[in-house]
Design a protein around this ligand. Structure first.
Ligand code: AMP
Ligand code: GLY
Length: 423
């Protein structure tokens, strides 16, 4: 069968890598893809936001399965458009993807259906938001309602920072119409965990729990990024927490969306904070996380295409999803300056010198004059599997040591929290 993967980051490279292992697949296209895909997938010069272009391509090439990586095309209705042409696609329709695309919608669903999350209020008027923040007079989190490429969440330590966030989002319109509304919510403290699940709208099967590293610097300091590394399994997710997340969060969310007339299908990602009062939802994503997809897919034993088919045909309960033993760690190598401005076009060397057992998923790379060059903030996801977290960490960092480009930086403490749980 012929598969089209939409997107061009580390997540999509990992998806292509995993899908290519399916004996059922004869050809993979990736739109737009990146420089790491040669040998796995053919890159197609269509942006992931170009809904008409993607539908025309999938239809004219007789694509048997389209897999949507990023949130933007989901929110723009790519799944709906492909289905309208009778094409098979893995991912939620726009109405269901609103669980990620609108923070106000997602918080309202959680409130209505009793799903544990931070206390919040939503605002359309910046003055009212400001008044609320002054009354709160405690640290809080300000979130632009719509999609903002992971930058629309401001964790404000002081009232002044929160008011500044309102000014930027609603006054300066830093995220455009994504900031027409904001959510102001209680600041939660604890350890974060990412629980991704496959669901066909009826059955919910969580994947191996993972942990992201959002902040740019070691020790979770500095500004938030798209994610500087991830590992799986995450020991913070005990059996008890896993069961709680399934029973009290994931299943109720899928059921809630069905009752709202927005049946959900695809990957539902719950970002949780494990607080002293128990786990609470920070946010939902309507897709695989990036970088979480890289270690999680490396641990997946079952044929991903079989799982995706079962999701599309609403027979997920019939399939047995198996995971590898051990653990996987992904260390992101980023461009100098990221998450701020950075240069592009810098040559990357050493990709052919990584040790055996390391897979380098490309994120922001391009090919120029036969060379692989940087072409984004997060450049590579250096990913390794080991018998346990410490051995996967060692192997991943040996991979990092082999690779260089000017200004490259990465966190040195990916996975350290897991080691702290199991010293
Ligand atoms: P994003 O994944 O880009 O939407 O960013 C969300 C991140 O912001 C989470 O992973 C947390 O690190 C942080 N965050 C969001 N909501 C809260 C909250 N209520 N309390 C503390 N941190 C939060
Ligand atoms: N790594 C977090 C995300 O994909 O949103």
């Amino acid at each position: 069968m012929k598969v089209l993967v939409v997107g061009g980051g580390g997540r999509e490279h990992a998806l292509c890598w995993k899908i290519s292992q399916s004996p059922r697949v004869s050809k993979i296209y990736c739109a737009p893809g990146n420089a790491g895909l040669s040998g796995v997938a053919e890159c197609v010069g269509i942006e992931s936001s170009d809904i008409d272009g993607l539908v025309t391509f999938a239809y004219s090439r007789g694509i048997d399965l389209t897999v949507v990586g990023p949130e933007d095309p989901l929110a723009r209705g790519l799944v709906d458009a492909l289905e309208a042409h009778g094409l098979r696609v893995f991912g939620p329709r726009a109405g269901a993807a609103a669980i990620e695309g609108s923070k106000v919608f997602s918080k309202d669903i959680m409130a209505k259906y009793g799903i544990p999350t931070a206390r919040y209020r939503a605002f359309e008027d910046p003055r009212e938001a400001g008044e609320y923040i002054r009354v709160l007079s405690s640290p809080c989190v300000v979130k632009a309602d719509g999609l903002a490429a992971g930058k629309g969440v401001i964790v404000a330590g002081t009232t002044e920072e929160a008011l500044e966030a309102i000014r930027q989002i609603m006054g300066d319109r830093a995220f455009g119409s994504a900031g027409d509304r904001v959510v102001v919510e209680e600041l939660l403290t604890g350890e974060e965990v990412s629980i991704l699940a496959f669901t066909d709208g009826i059955t919910v099967v969580p994947m191996m729990p993972a942990q992201d590293h959002k902040q740019v610097y070691d020790g979770d300091r500095g500004p938030n990024t798209g994610g500087m590394g991830a590992y799986a399994p995450a020991p913070v997710c005990t059996r008890e927490l896993y069961n709680y997340a399934l029973e009290k969060i994931l299943r109720p969310t899928v059921a809630a969306l069905a009752s709202e007339g927005r049946p959900y299908s695809g990957v539902l990602y719950a970002g949780l904070m494990v607080t002293a009062e128990g786990p609470k939802v920070l946010e939902y994503n309507a897709r695989f996380g990036d970088p979480e997809a890289q270690p999680v897919l490396m641990m997946l034993k079952t044929d991903l295409v079989d799982i995706m088919d079962a999701v599309i045909d609403r027979r997920l309960s019939n399939i047995n999803i198996e995971w590898e033993e051990g653990a996987s760690v992904c260390v992101v190598m980023a461009s100098g300056g990221y998450p701020g401005p950075y240069a592009r076009g810098l040559e990357i060397t050493g990709l052919d010198r990584v040790p055996e057992g390391v897979t380098v998923f490309h994120a922001g790379t391009a090919q120029r004059d036969g060379k692989i060059v940087t072409d984004g903030g997060r450049v590579l996801g250096v990913t390794a599997r080991g018998d346990d977290i410490p051995s996967a960490i060692r192997l991943a960092y040996r991979g990092v040591e082999a690779i260089s480009f000017e200004g490259a930086h990465c966190r040195r403490d990916i996975g350290r929290k897991a080691v702290a749980h199991n010293p």
